[in-house]
Design a protein around this ligand. Sequence first.
Ligand code: KG4
Ligand code: ZN
Length: 361
Amino acid sequence: MHVLAIETSCDETSAAVLEGSGSLTLDGGKAGGRGETAAAVPDGEARVLSNIVLSQDEIHAPFGGVVPELASRQHLKSIDPVVRESLTAAGVPLAGIDVFAVTQGPGLIGSLLVGVSFAKGLAYVRGKPLVGVDHVQAHIQAAFLEHPETPYPALALIVSGGHTSLFLLKEPLLYERLGRTRDDAAGEALDKVAKFLELGYPGGPVIQRLAEPGDPAAFEFALPRMSDRSLDFSFSGLKTAALRIIRENRIAKDHPRLPDFLASFESAVVRALIENLLRAAERTDPRALVLCGGVARNARLRKRFEEAARSGGLRWAIPSGKLCTDNAAMVGALALARIRAGVPIPPALELDAYPRSLFGG
Ligand code: KG4
Ligand code: ZN
């Protein structure tokens, strides 16, 4: 079975073609034709044939953050060539696609609608089903795409520019949200501090690069503490503390202590994430830890996460860099997993976009 997946929830236009196994269950219990089972793809696994990601970073960089209207207009221009390129790169014609998949939400509504409308058009014209998937769930699926042997229950930490949450997956596709951010997402805090220092956008990768030679113990950051037993995150306090240190020490782009400051801030963000992850692991006793979302590209976070898993004797899964940030392969992977699980697919033209998470994010 070939799936063509589309992702346009924020500022990346992406399309991917995946090959997987499974049979389609259309809504109403009527079974669709059994898709061809590709011998090359083991049952229950998926193979990425192409994963084209066109970033809009250059368009949003002058503003230090994503400008929603510019994002949707750019998706409109890019979606057709990106989808075409994904088919060409996969060596699969449009007629060879058995099912389409698209991110329904959460995300920027104008951006989501471009992908959803385009996918609906393709599904309608080709007379094929369209699977709508959740962006946060898709980020988590990226880890299982590359590490299908990851055991359950799995504790997943999703860290991106829009989301910072903990989920317990007792079994495949069963998500229990344990905690979420009460204010900024971790990536958002990194992006905002980088913007304040005029370091460029997106802030996460720039901070990682500039922080490398710095001393993470040079500046002290007090980590947020929740008054209740909640596993929620909070990053606005760390961001405010960062801005105070910047002012008090007159840190600027060319300041000699910039690497020390950035290393300390990045390290504080990582500690806040890992501490909460470990608290959640203590309570839920998972067999594996999963790290995903754009900030999962961060080298310091990946290292601390691996150390935490190893010292707890747990398996762990972190997607490779390209599958951490927004991409359509993770959308296709989730669609295939849902098809395999027999989740009914409603008629394509009924699909709608949603800006906020339906199950928390
Ligand atoms: O998952 P993603 O592409 O989009 C959302 O769903 O939000 O994540 C984007 C976020 C941005 O905040 C960006 O600064 C952050 O991921 N990011 C990083 C790194 N690469 C991307 N943060 C820290 N270190 C990185 N290497
Ligand atoms: Zn994302």
